[in-house]
Design a protein around this ligand. Sequence first.
Ligand SMILES: NC(=O)c1ccc[n+]([C@@H]2O[C@H](COP(=O)([O-])OP(=O)(O)OC[C@H]3O[C@@H](n4cnc5c(N)ncnc54)[C@H](O)[C@@H]3O)[C@@H](O)[C@H]2O)c1
Length: 380
Amino acid sequence: MPKKIRLGILGGGGDSLIGVLHRVASFINDNYEITGAVFNPDHEQSLAFAREIDVPTDRIYKDFDTFVAEEMKLPAEERIQVVSVLTPNFLHFPMAHKLLENGFHVICEKPMTTTLEEAKQLQAAQEKSGSIFGLTHTYTGYPMTRQIRKMIEGGMLGNIQKVDAKYYQGWINDLIHDKEKRTTTWRLDPAKSGASCCNGDIGVHAFNMIEFTTGLRINDILCDMNSLYDDNPMDIDATTLVRFDGSKAKGVIRASQIATGEENNLSIAIYGDKGGIKWEQENPNFVYYFPESGPMQVYKPGHAYNSELSLNGTKLPPGHPEGIFDAMANIYLGVAKAVRGEAYDAGEFPTMTDGVRGMDFIEKSVASNQQGNIWVSLES
Ligand SMILES: NC(=O)c1ccc[n+]([C@@H]2O[C@H](COP(=O)([O-])OP(=O)(O)OC[C@H]3O[C@@H](n4cnc5c(N)ncnc54)[C@H](O)[C@@H]3O)[C@@H](O)[C@H]2O)c1
């Protein structure tokens, strides 16, 4: 067993949504050891949280700049190797950029930055550094979304004709109708979130899932957003028509945070001239395949009929459900292989390229909506 990779964490404190997913994921395949962190902008809270989860406090730094400065004083064999950036969106770029400049490998939450321009600068910094960069589009880590990618790559759907990706949530309904309550989430503050709330937070997952599974690249989009109130500057619902590079297929990304009662309803349906396929995040262990001539088939994780990429993402025999923690763990596993210089499949973790394309999608969807719901081209 190779030595564990020294992992740093920025954000993801006890008060956060996503921190626990990354901590558990980093632990699952025995590859990482949490070595240092700034879990929270308040140092006392960071220290208290480290004690609570039994992480040594000697490398819990008071802020991000101190984290980098102190780690850089250590010899390379002691220094943190990979840093996970789990803060609100506006901190992703300054943190990831400085980390790459200083030679750290980075795992970054989505959306990668708050603008396309920042995304391009980050890409340049990574190219210069040669560091590994993983972007946590978590749902690409599920064994069955990986299986869809390989089934389509293997021609089981034929030529793609129609793609329908949906990401419906209802949680913002609780906040959106009360101006005071809206201030309780950074996601509705453009300075912290970026120009889009709905497409920035969840539409971008659906965008990435389409490109991850189909292997097609979305070229042109037309977006219609809803903010419900004139004094709310952020979209909380967005419908985006998409067209692809080198394909006659057309598609739609339906995203909403005001779909009352919906929880985390990400789903994708892809139809080709030889067959169709469907998957839902809330039931992630089932892929429904509809061959053009023949009965529906249900694929499940862990069976030998699945692709190597899918099987690499399961740890137990069939019948043991794979969940969101396993999906994130698979992304951490892919990054660990890359950091160690081991061979890995391109589907094992989303990269800088996905991040740049995601920011292009977000920015252009806002532009399309602002300009009267017109078709705009992605540039990346
Ligand atoms: N991959 C996914 O499916 C997924 C799901 C949820 C959230 N996210 C992304 O994860 C990121 C965090 O989202 P969240 O919901 O956990 O947010 P959150 O507001 O719940 O948590 C943010 C954390 O960052 C900490 N923080 C803030 N400023 C900091 C600073 N200067 N230094 C160190 N820590 C700081 C906060 O104390 C908190 O612990 C966002 O970019 C979000 O888009 C991704």
